[in-house]
Design a protein. Sequence first.
Length: 95
Amino acid sequence: MIRVFHSSLGMIIGEVINENLDGDYEIKNPVVISPAQQGVHFIPLLPCVKEDSIEMKAKDIIGKPMTPLDQIESEYIKMFSKIELPSKPNLTLVK
């Protein structure tokens, strides 16, 4: 499940792979969402390490995790996808 978190680092989007009873989350492929003139930029949090997940403690999370907008989630998924699928099929029927 992909969620957006607010923390002291800013807005972070990532795939929740574990949540414990204390409200801590393990997040795979965390990315900072940075506002830009035309949308947002994604800045990976772990570009220089072999690990692909972080643990966010409940005390470091501001508010509750939220669901990203469809367009943001789609762009995030594309960023980590090995295969990029077209958003709309370009099929032409030939008789």
